[in-house]
Design a protein around this ligand. Structure first.
Ligand code: GLA
Length: 518
């Protein structure tokens, strides 16, 4: 039934665009949010302001500064989203939306400030008004007595340099697909209309917030870039799990540029570090937007370590080799029994054959080893098959765990504590030309050493020596000739952490050395 519905939707979208590619969804195709957006939003911690300080220009700039100083920006978090309570309750004489007194110069200086730091500005609005009643809404379709301000507000957002708009539903109880479709079209039209005046005008991420009331996963991919699938998350682990339980069922509907949104993160808000790590991992397995909601100006080191673990966010951001087909990019819960869960997400590699596997001890009871069978992993797709060899990496422990040959099952090497996770990446492709395990020889023709961030290769006999550095998936990273000599050095300072192999060729022999850059 599900696949039938998807088929019909693809057909309609394809027909509208005059093209049809059976393997790809057309999504909204506005060019933004090609991976789940990563950023910050004011709502979870600051709400309407004054709970933890005023919601104003100073705060927004401080949050931008914190995105940089904490390393969040460099870890991929770019959006700084201003939620409810930024706007004045009355429109100006021309019907324009205006910021309140906390933003004496409006929102443009905030956008300029963030842009100068390589960040982006998001704003909140509503179809009829904000949910806290603090601002006039778009008043779409002339409802609410204020006239339809959608096009006017869209022009304002573009003129201010807004990059992301979340549109809430309060006061509206149905007809969301048509309403949001029209709003999205008007946002898109505003960019084209404003370009002559605002050369930097760019498409805005369109975030639908109708709380999953009218199954937005069934139509959201051609309307917006992400759609809330649930009501509001609140601080604490149980709320996060409740949203996850709903959102995970909608995996068939997620695609490139079109994401199921189980709401913003509460890592750091009312949960332990273990729970925060589990919450974050689950969002990454679901390819959910990663919009953090803790006070990033004052977070402790363990919260920061969770949010900036790029090996884990890489699972969220994975593009699966550009395959935009619905139903394959969001990870799935394959096992849920006795308080234990196992999730599988197919990942990009040359053959889209990598996997992320998340073992989650959901219970509050005791630490337990958790297993998944090869067949259960294979049920998610990709090329998993018994006998195939994978490289296994512990993504939270940041440890290489060596080879794993797909057999009957994969079991956690240690018991997983209550509310905690064990998350691995299985990389399928063997490095090119590499015999695994590495050749062992008593007359080693070469030694490979790590001297801080330099890889020093020395042949034990006269050259010529040449060496290739390949990454764990076999892609060539550097190729070096020792110019007839017997020593060469690879500068590894610009390389990211991870497992690499050095293939050394000398005196007719090839030797493979595995190195780990930390
Ligand atoms: C709704 C949304 C929340 C937040 C508040 C603001 O409840 O779902 O995410 O934006 O409104 O009032």
């Amino acid at each position: 039934m599900i696949s039938f519905k998807i088929g019909i939707r693809l057909l309609i979208a394809g027909a509208l665009l005059g093209v049809f590619n059976a393997s790809e969804t057309n999504a909204l195709n506005n060019g933004v949010a090609r991976t789940p957006p990563m950023g910050f939003n004011t709502w979870n911690w600051f709400a309407v302001g004054n709970m933890h300080g005023p919601l104003d220009e100073t705060l927004m700039k401080g949050l931008g500064d914190a995105m940089v100083s904490t390393g969040m920006r460099d870890a991929g978090f770019r959006y700084v989203n201003l939620d409810d309570a930024w706007a004045a309750q009355m429109r100006d004489a021309n019907g324009g939306l205006v910021a309140n007194a906390g933003f004496p110069h409006g929102l443009k200086p905030v956008a300029d400030y963030l842009h100068a730091k390589g960040l982006k500005l998001g704003v909140y609005t509503g179809i009829m008004g904000s949910c806290s009643g603090f601002m006039p809404g778009l008043n779409f379709g002339n409802a609410g007595g204020g006239g339809d301000h959608t096009a006017q507000d869209a022009d304002s957002f573009v003129a201010w340099g807004v990059d992301f708009v979340k549109v809430d539903r309060c006061g509206v109880y149905g007809g969301f697909e048509a309403i949001y479709r029209s709003i999205g079209a008007q946002f898109h039209a505003a960019v084209a209309r404003m370009l002559p005046k605002v050369p930097t005008a760019n498409e805005m991420v369109f975030s639908l917030c109708e709380w999953g009331m009218e199954s937005p996963w069934q139509w959201g991919d051609t309307v917006g870039n992400m759609w809330r699938t649930t009501t509001d998350i609140t601080p604490g682990f149980l709320s996060a799990l409740g949203n996850m339980d709903q959102n995970c069922a909608y995996y068939p509907y997620s695609g490139i540029g079109a994401w199921n949104d189980p709401d913003m993160l509460e890592v750091g808000n009312g949960m332990t570090n273990t729970q925060g790590r589990a919450h974050f991992s689950l969002w990454c397995m679901m390819a959910a937007p990663l919009i953090v909601g803790n006070d990033i100006r004052n977070m402790d080191d363990s919260t920061k370590a969770i949010l900036t673990n790029q090996e884990v966010t890489a699972v969220d951001q994975d593009t699966l080799g550009g395959v935009t087909k619905l139903g394959v990019i969001q990870g799935r819960r394959v096992i849920s029994a006795n308080g234990n869960e196992v999730w599988v997400k197919q990942l990009k590699d040359t053959n889209n054959a990598d996997y992320a596997i998340l073992f989650f001890n959901r219970s509050n009871n005791s630490a337990t080893r958790i297993s998944i069978s090869t067949a259960q992993i294979a049920s998610v797709g990709g090329g998993m098959a018994a006998g195939k060899s994978y490289y296994m990496r512990d993504l939270w422990g940041k440890k290489d765990l060596g080879a794993w040959i797909a057999g009957d099952s994969l079991t956690t090497p240690a018991p997983v504590p209550p509310n905690d996770v064990f998350m691995v990446r299985l990389s399928a492709a063997a490095p090119t030309g590499v015999a695994v395990p590495a050749v062992k020889s008593t007359t080693e023709p070469a030694a490979v050493m790590l001297d801080k961030r330099l890889v020093v290769i020395t042949a034990g006999r006269p050259g010529p020596l040449s060496a290739d550095l390949v990454d764990a998936r076999g892609a060539l990273v550097r190729s070096l000739q020792a110019n007839g000599g017997n020593r060469c050095v690879i500068d590894a300072r610009s390389l990211s952490a991870g497992v690499y192999f050095v293939n050394v060729r000398c005196a007719g022999q090839t030797v493979v050395r595995r190195i780990v850059l930390k």
